[in-house]
Ligand binder design. Structure first.
Ligand SMILES: [Mg+2]
Length: 228
């Protein structure tokens, strides 16, 4: 195995996105008059996931994603929508504060940094992801962060991988390894661009016409794969 560049997904791979999202959501919804319940959070979760999936499939734009989520929440829970950009802005401001890491992420990157090029590939918004990554304490062990909003396309569009390769300047795809928790974004990106992948966590892999190259439960196990 001759991997030289490790491409880590950010959310639910390096950073604890769920924690950041739930905190931000509770704070913002409460401000606009919701009485927040667990059911509300899980409804938002599935709504958001289905919108991100549509975005990954190219069916909607990021703009549409952002401006659909909270009007839907308002109408479902009978809270008046305060108008464009109010809930959205408050949510992003709080979300950008969430930078807890997944267990062991700092140790793993610390051990690999210098031996591999450490890259982060994330679907998200520049302002939010930059702030979260820099406050996570992980940036000393990261060479470069690719954020979909800046790249111009989202994972799993193979153009995302093209942009990484162009930036690194090494066209040999066998030198790259994508590590992430999402079949639809990370593993599909590898499949679409001919790059090996590691699925981290317990995502369902049945029903896909592609599979990850490797599978691990927790990030720490990545070293076993790299040691071959
Ligand atoms: Mg992820």
């Amino acid at each position: 195995m001759a991997y030289k560049y490790l491409l880590f997904d950010c959310d639910r791979t390096l950073l604890d996105f769920n924690k950041a999202m739930v905190n931000a959501l509770k704070l913002m919804l409460t401000k606009y008059g919701f009485t927040v319940t667990d059911e509300m959070i899980s409804f938002y979760n599935s709504l958001n996931e289905s919108l991100w999936k549509q975005l990954e499939e190219g069916l909607i734009t990021k703009e549409q994603l952002v401006h659909t989520r909270f009007p839907v929440m308002c109408s479902r829970y009978g809270v008046p929508y305060p108008g464009k950009e109010k809930m959205e802005t408050d949510y992003f401001v709080s979300l950008a504060e969430g930078h807890d890491i997944m267990e062991g992420a700092d140790e793993v990157l610390k051990n690999l940094y210098g031996r591999y090029g450490i890259l982060v590939i994330t679907n998200g918004f520049v302002e939010v992801q930059k702030k979260r990554m820099s406050e996570s304490g992980l940036m000393p062990y990261v060479d470069y962060v690719f954020i979909s909003e800046a790249v111009g396309v989202s994972k799993p569009d193979p153009k995302f991988m093209d942009a990484v390769i162009a930036h690194i300047g090494d066209e040999d795809k066998s030198h790259y390894l994508i590590i992430g928790d999402s079949m639809n974004a990370d593993i599909a990106l590898g499949n679409n661009s001919g790059v090996d992948t590691v699925l981290v966590g317990s995502a369902e892999i049945k029903g896909y016409d592609f599979q990850p190259t490797y599978r691990i439960e927790t990030l720490k196990e990545i070293e076993k794969i790299l040691e071959g």
